[in-house]
Ligand binder design. Structure first.
Ligand code: ZN
Length: 203
C-alpha cells in the first residue's frame, strides 16, 4: 500500500506557513513504513529539532482505479479516519530553500499515524465533516472539510491521473491551520464527532 498526501489544501494553513494558495493540488507520497497503527507512540527522529503535527482527514481506497472521473470518485473510497502528517519543519524549510523534494522531512518512518476507520454512510456529508486535535488536553486544530481548497473527489481524480489507486491505499487530504511543534511527553488526541479516533504519545 502507499500513502498519498495533499499539501496546502486549506487557505488558512497555507497562509500560516506563508505559502501561496495552489491552483492545483500539491501532491506528495509517503512509503508504507511511515504508517503507525493502533495508537503506537511516535518517536521524534534525531535529524530534526522541530517536528510539527498536521491533523488530516484520511480516506481509504476500496477499489482499484486510474484516471477516475470526479463524479465517480465516491465509489473508490469507503472509510475515513484521522491521521497526523508529522513534518520535520526545519528540514522541510531547508529542502524548500534548496528546491529539493520534501520526502526526508515528511515521509520518514512513523511519520503517518492513522486512527480507527469509520465507515462512510449514505447520510454522511463528506464535504462537511468537522474534526479536531487536542494536545495535552487543549484543542489546537479544528478542521472542516468544507474549507478544503480541493474536495476529496477532486483529489481522487487528480491523484489517479498520476498513480493507480489500489485497495488499502490511504490519502491524507491536507491540514487546517494550527500546526505546532511537539516534544517528548506530549499526548495528541484526534476527534471526529466527539469520538476519539486516534491517540499518539510523543517520545
Ligand atoms: Zn500535511
Amino acid at each position: 500500500m502507499k500513502v498519498i498526501c495533499i499539501g496546502r489544501n486549506y487557505a488558512a494553513h497555507a497562509a500560516e506557513l506563508k505559502n501561496p494558495i495552489p491552483d492545483e493540488p500539491v501532491i506528495f507520497c509517503k512509503p508504507d513504513t511511515s504508517v503507525l497503527k493502533n495508537n503506537q507512540p511516535f518517536y521524534i527522529p534525531d535529524f530534526t529539532n522541530d517536528v510539527h503535527h498536521e491533523l488530516e482527514l484520511v480516506i481509504r481506497i476500496c477499489r482499484q482505479g486510474k484516471h477516475i472521473d470526479e463524479q465517480f470518485a465516491p465509489k473508490y473510497y469507503d472509510r475515513f479516519t484521522l491521521g497526523i502528517d508529522f513534518t520535520a519543519r526545519d528540514l522541510q524549510q531547508n529542502l524548500k530553500e534548496k528546491s529539493q523534494p520534501w520526502e526526508k522531512a515528511k515521509a520518514f518512518d512513523g511519520s503517518a499515524p492513522v486512527g480507527r476507520f469509520v465507515e462512510i454512510t449514505e447520510e454522511m456529508d463528506v464535504k462537511n465533516l468537522e474534526f479536531a486535535l487536542e494536545k495535552n488536553g487543549k484543542c489546537v486544530q479544528i478542521g472542516n472539510t468544507g474549507d478544503m481548497l480541493f474536495h476529496v473527489n477532486r483529489i481522487v481524480a487528480e491523484v489517479s491521473k498520476y498513480f493507480t489507486l489500489k485497495v488499502g491505499d490511504l490519502i491524507f487530504t491536507g491540514t487546517p491551520k494550527g500546526v505546532s511543534a511537539v516534544k517528548p511527553g506530549d499526548r495528541l488526541k484526534a476527534f471526529y464527532n466527539g469520538e476519539c479516533l486516534l491517540e499518539c504519545e510523543i517520545k
